[in-house]
Design a protein around this ligand. Structure first.
Ligand code: ATR
Length: 503
């Protein structure tokens, strides 16, 4: 996310680990919740252990902020500096994405924590904070801002008590003048002006907006609840897109889409919604006003009957991989076809070309519809001939088993099966490849599959599955944002990730 776009922080201040975990479970369902703040000073002493903190960290895919505030700074109980320091080190070790430390922390302790944060690379970010629980002093805010900024934390946090509208207005002006792409400042006030102040500071790009899970569970006065935040029409909310399906943890889609949003400076984020329950998925999309979804197995077919509208091409294929939500109306698309056809057309034309497609599953059905629309002459080759026959019947094309004789004089051979996909990288659906044909694999990890290696050695031109992946993602990006996708940026981040995975 660009720094201009604030993140929401859902505060969890509970005494026992079990109640913390229950609260996190609720927050996991909040699409607009970016960060969970664990107020560790609320947890009773005997339960505050490394083991329990690890359990808490593992309870959510969302970013977690660790705060162990001392009593003089508004914390819940007396905790010595040495204990606080030790727990900060533990939180960094466990991999909490943020820790919040008071600017008043003794310098040597702060230096040690900051050096530990730096050692952890970018995995933990430091929020250096100042609170004044009784008043808002203009000179103090400027002084603390400069002091904290000079220490170079990831986020500068300043929170004061506003006792008048003038106090609140001063804070709003301060945010307006000081937030920039390079300065991440979380500034807002507490007290009776807090609510309107927080809304305005959020809209002006104050880095963090703290929210309570429900009324009565907040950790400071003036905090909005999550529901109030989501339903407030004056708040500029981040547009949310995401991926539904299961399993999806290893998907590259968040990386690719979020890189695009960052590049184009769009207040949008792409999240993972891991579920195979279509009723839950549809409810989640509507209740959280999710703008766009990529859909993968096992929801590509199941989702269709819940849609208000379907693109004719997707209807013809009988499966969707994309849902666009426009004012509560859901429309389905299939961008796999566009992705596959575009990646082939980078290399060759399709009209009147002979194409052998190996496999008769969902991917084959989608690509087959696209090939036929382009005027290609298709033959489906599949291990289970009955399945090839069924698909060929629907597409009105020829079929056979995987018979090498049928590959002779083909212009293009496409592997639509998962054979050769990591970890089975030494397998190839074909051992002999006829000369002349262009050979395409839809598997993109590894980028060069065994089949494509064999084809290259044989002197054939090849098309990797990466083109189909990136073009289908770009097409989704366009549907979600209506912008032209930043293709080069999307390609770059995903190729980098694939090359890291290959190491
Ligand atoms: P998708 O929806 O991703 O296309 P699918 O519906 O499970 O996945 O389809 C998998 C395809 O790969 C099928 O055509 C399958 O052949 P069968 O119909 O004979 O099962 C094919 N496939 C998978 N593993 C295979 C293997 N080891 N050898 C040959 N074909 C294989």
């Amino acid at each position: 996310m660009s720094h201009k776009y604030p993140k929401t922080v859902l505060c969890v201040g509970k005494e026992t680990v079990n109640t913390v975990l229950e609260e996190i479970e609720k927050i996991n369902r909040f699409a607009h919740a970016d960060i969970i703040e664990l107020r560790a000073d609320y947890i009773k002493e005997e339960e505050l252990t490394e083991e329990n903190l690890t359990k808490i960290k593992n309870a959510s895919d969302k970013e977690i902020l660790f705060t162990l505030r001392k009593q003089e700074e508004g914390g819940q109980r007396k905790i010595s500096d040495s204990v606080r320091e030790a727990f900060c080190f533990t939180a960094i070790k466990i991999g909490f994405e943020y820790i919040d430390i008071e600017n008043s922390t003794p310098k040597d302790m702060l230096d040690r924590i900051m050096s530990e944060v730096r050692k952890a690379g970018r995995s933990t970010q430091l929020i250096l904070s100042f609170h004044n629980f009784s008043e808002t002093l203009e000179s103090e805010i400027s002084e603390k801002f400069n002091d904290i900024k000079s220490k170079n934390p990831d986020i500068i946090k300043i929170v004061t008590m506003a006792n008048s509208e003038a106090d609140s207005n001063f804070i709003i002006d301060f945010v307006r003048s000081n937030v920039s792409d390079s300065v991440r400042l979380a500034l807002f006030c507490m007290g009776e002006w807090g609510t309107t102040n927080r809304i305005q500071c959020h809209n002006l790009g104050s880095a963090l907006t703290y929210l309570a899970v429900a009324s009565g569970t907040g950790t400071a006065s003036g905090q909005l609840t999550y529901d109030e935040f989501v339903s407030n029409p004056d708040i500029q909310k981040t547009t949310i897109c995401g991926l539904i399906g299961k399993p999806i943890r290893h998907s590259m889609s968040p990386l690719v889409h979020n890189a695009g949003y960052r590049d184009q400076n769009i207040n949008c984020k792409y999240i993972l919604i891991e579920t195979d329950d279509i009723d839950f998925a549809i409810h989640y999309i509507k209740s959280n006003n999710i703008r766009g979804l990529s859909a993968t197995m096992p929801l590509k077919i199941k989702a269709i009957k819940f849609l208000d509208d379907i693109d004719p091409l997707a209807e013809k294929i009988g499966s969707i991989n994309t849902i666009v939500n426009t004012a509560g109306k859901l429309k389905g698309y299939n961008t796999d076809v566009v992705g596959a056809i575009r990646s082939i057309k980078d290399v060759m034309t399709l009209k009147n070309k002979k194409v052998a497609m190996i496999g008769a599953g969902g991917a084959a059905r989608a690509i087959g519809v696209g090939l036929i629309e382009e005027g290609a002459e298709v033959i489906i080759l599949n291990r289970t001939v009955e399945k090839a026959e069924r698909l060929a019947g629907d597409l009105k094309c020829r079929f056979s088993g995987i018979d090498p004789a049928k590959l002779q004089d083909c212009d293009l051979i496409i592997n639509t099966t998962s054979v050769g996909m990591y970890p089975r990288v030494d397998e190839s659906i074909l051992q002999e490849i006829p000369p002349e044909a262009v050979v395409m694999d839809i598997v993109y990890y590894p980028l060069e599959t065994k089949l494509l290696k064999l084809a290259k050695q044989n002197g054939n031109e090849t098309i990797t599955g990466f083109g189909m992946f990136i073009y289908q993602a770009a097409e989704q990006y366009k549907l979600f944002t209506t912008n032209d996708p930043p293709l080069e940026v999307m390609k770059k981040v995903s190729l980098e990730r694939l090359s890291e995975l290959g190491k």
